[in-house]
Design a protein around this ligand. Structure first.
Ligand code: ADP
Length: 257
């Protein structure tokens, strides 16, 4: 379509969506990004969660982007990825009190006002919900496919389904669903607990005829790594969690190539 942004020729654009907040969308986006990087994708990551950007903290970035000669932001390089977030520009503790049109202006600025040259696969960490940002993105960039993240809990799945239906309605393909916080293995007794229930995302992916990408357990180290700005795939690349992300990335890689 003519009015799609070119984004310096980025080939694959993959938003990561959850519809519900707090289900691990940013954690999943970052780790899939680093795993795709290990599969030789030149990765860009755009934090489109403008009210609640997590990328600066989760990637341990404290600097501001520089400006190019043509007055665009130069994304910050971290872990071999080009990263952009509104959180690089505003104080992390100050809330953004912006109405919808300002949010959309900021989103557009972060899409075409950033030097994405050199990136072949751009992951976009979406805000929760099915609102303006999701719609604008669907209309402005040529999305390869959306990755949906949900916990197995019914309440989260209802929102995930809403998200899938929204993308279907605007003709954006869904690449698949990730079940996050799928189960917990107790580190002292080794017993498996299905804290938020189990298997719901797989069932929904079958219903929607979309790929089930994988399941990630509740894992304390993963949470600590996020808090410390070290994605699991970087900090413990041979660990069980990193391997799960790698297998998810492999499925995405096969689908988009
Ligand atoms: P969202 O982007 O959906 O709001 P986040 O990725 O910010 O969610 O995750 C919310 C919190 O849950 C973060 O503190 C993160 O470290 C933690 N978290 C996410 N996934 C897991 C997991 N599988 N195991 C343990 N903690 C997790």
């Amino acid at each position: 379509m003519d009015d799609f942004y070119d984004l310096d020729g980025v080939k694959n654009i993959i938003p990561v969506a959850s519809a519900k907040g707090g289900v691990g969308k940013s954690t999943t986006a970052i780790n899939i990004a680093t795993a795709l990087n290990q599969l030789n994708h030149n990765i860009g990551i755009l934090d489109a969660d403008i009210y609640g950007p997590s990328i600066p903290k989760m990637l341990g970035i404290n600097e501001k982007p520089k400006i190019s000669e043509d007055k665009r932001f130069i994304p910050i390089e971290k872990f071999n990825m080009k990263c952009m977030s509104i959180g690089f520009l505003v104080d992390q503790k100050t809330p953004l009190i912006w109405r919808g049109p300002m949010i959309i202006k900021a989103l557009k600025q972060m899409l075409h006002g950033v030097v994405w040259a050199g990136v072949d696969t751009l992951l976009i960490d979406l805000p929760p919900g099915t609102g303006d940002v999701q719609l604008t993105l669907s209309q402005k960039v040529n999305i390869s496919g959306v990755v949906i993240v949900s916990t197995p809990q019914e309440l989260a799945l209802i929102d995930a389904i809403k998200g899938i239906n929204m993308f279907k309605r605007v003709n954006v393909p869904v690449l698949g669903i990730v079940e996050n916080m799928s189960y917990f293995i107790c580190d002292s007794c080794n017993k498996r607990h299905e804290i938020f229930s189990y298997g719901g995302a797989k069932k929904e992916s079958e219903k929607f005829k979309t790929m089930f990408l994988g399941e990630i357990p509740i894992n304390k180290t993963l949470r600590i790594q996020s808090d410390e700005g070290k994605p699991a795939c970087i900090d413990t690349p041979d660990g069980e969690i990193a391997n799960i992300y790698l297998s998810i990335a492999q499925k995405i890689h096969e689908k988009i190539n």
